[in-house]
Design a protein around this ligand. Sequence first.
Ligand code: ADP
Length: 495
Amino acid sequence: MGLTLGLDIGSSVAKAALYDAGMAELATAARPVLQDRSRVGHVEYDALAVQASVVALIADVAARAGVTPLSIGAIGISAAMVGGVLVDAENKPLRPAINWEDARAQSLIEGIVAQDSAVLSRIFRSSGCVLQQGCTLPVLAALAVTEPEVVAQAHAFVSLKDHLRAWLTGRIGADRTEAAVGPGSAERRDRSPAMLELFGLGPLAHLLPRVEESEAVGGHVTPAAAAITGLRVGTPLAVGAGDVPCSVLGAGGWNTGRATMILGTTAMVGQSFTQPVFEPPDLGLLFTLPGKRWFRAMVNVAGTMNLDWALATLAPDLSGCADPFAKLEERAAQSPIGASGVSFLPYLSDSGIIAPVIDPEARAGFAGLAPRHRQQDMLRAVYEGVAFSLVDLLELTGFSGERIMLVGGGARSALWPQMIADITGKAVELFDGREFGARGAALLARVAAGEIPDIAAAALLVPPLRATVIPDSSRRSAYARARHTFQQHRQRMLG
Ligand code: ADP
């Protein structure tokens, strides 16, 4: 039994991690992914450049673990979901690949809504997701209108992870996690003819490849791919899954009864269920997970993005420090709970927010500033604002359990986990390891390779617990007052 490679290709960073038989993370490597945002509303990337990054990542991660790629016994790939790569019969991209943030389908969606005002609710009742412009079906429908000659040459429209799998194995396919959010049918964990029809894609349905289980064998490394990557010919690849399902599985969130908070560039809070959950209606996302589970999630498009902005803008003197976040937290901690009356609404993203309300025009802002306030109050307000927005999301999921798992870059903070524990009164669990998406992909690979019997067994291989942060009840009422002020400002701004 060799090592297992997990790849997680995000929108901004591509990551690789190697695991031993006990799922210990032996080494990780990362490379940037470049998105071309030069045309307003378009977000595109070069899928061949991503292939080149994957070659480099495999070499990097193997070197860091002190092995060669020949020691890799199984591979799992995860990547940013939806959008897609339009490819010919040789899996060659026919045009730049399209990222999930792309908004070219907006006018097409507006046209569909103008004809049928209930259409967005119908989509939600099928997929469990608020429709985003960058989803597979609207993007393909938009391309069919704007670039019909390119679409006519296409053999398939695949997600990034499926494009990479086809490149390494010669086998083209899709998985259930992607098919269901296309939008498709969450109930059937598959595409939906009704949804295809809705986007006028009946005649192009052949471009969307066959849907397979994420943990099935999705092919084997070809001699050509082995020559480029140094991998062994015949190494099995799992079909793989999207990055959110892989992160949930890799962090241990597949198991029910706990909430999972992913505090990365964007923030997501959700929990797993044994059946699809469509409540609250017309809000949030529903991810189909491998192994017949569903992850009901609420998203704030801006998570740690707020902190990166605060660091660069409010404390630029710290940018060159060895550990700028530690210094930033020291400053924020000088301000009392409630940031001396300053609130920060953490809706920094250019695409606004999709929970607790949908408002593409929503933007971030400070409220309550007075002459007495100092930098430390504004910094604390940023930390608190992000924490309050996470708790807003948690409440929308209807979570009533006692334990919250916190993962993502924000889990490295000393301030945020305690804040979330104190505000919610729930224990916050932190884990060893960094790359949970890659870990989830590697777990799929180990099931595909027959080393783990099934997803339920894989989900029990939770990462080692680093710490459990216990709520301090003496701070609860001060946070409740601060949150009330935050909510008042939020309501004034968002309505
Ligand atoms: P992504 O969502 O892009 O995959 P990650 O989950 O790796 O990102 O998180 C990256 C973010 O983590 C950075 O934007 C940074 O703001 C944040 N981060 C890293 N270290 C800390 C820290 N010690 N405290 C707070 N935030 C941190």
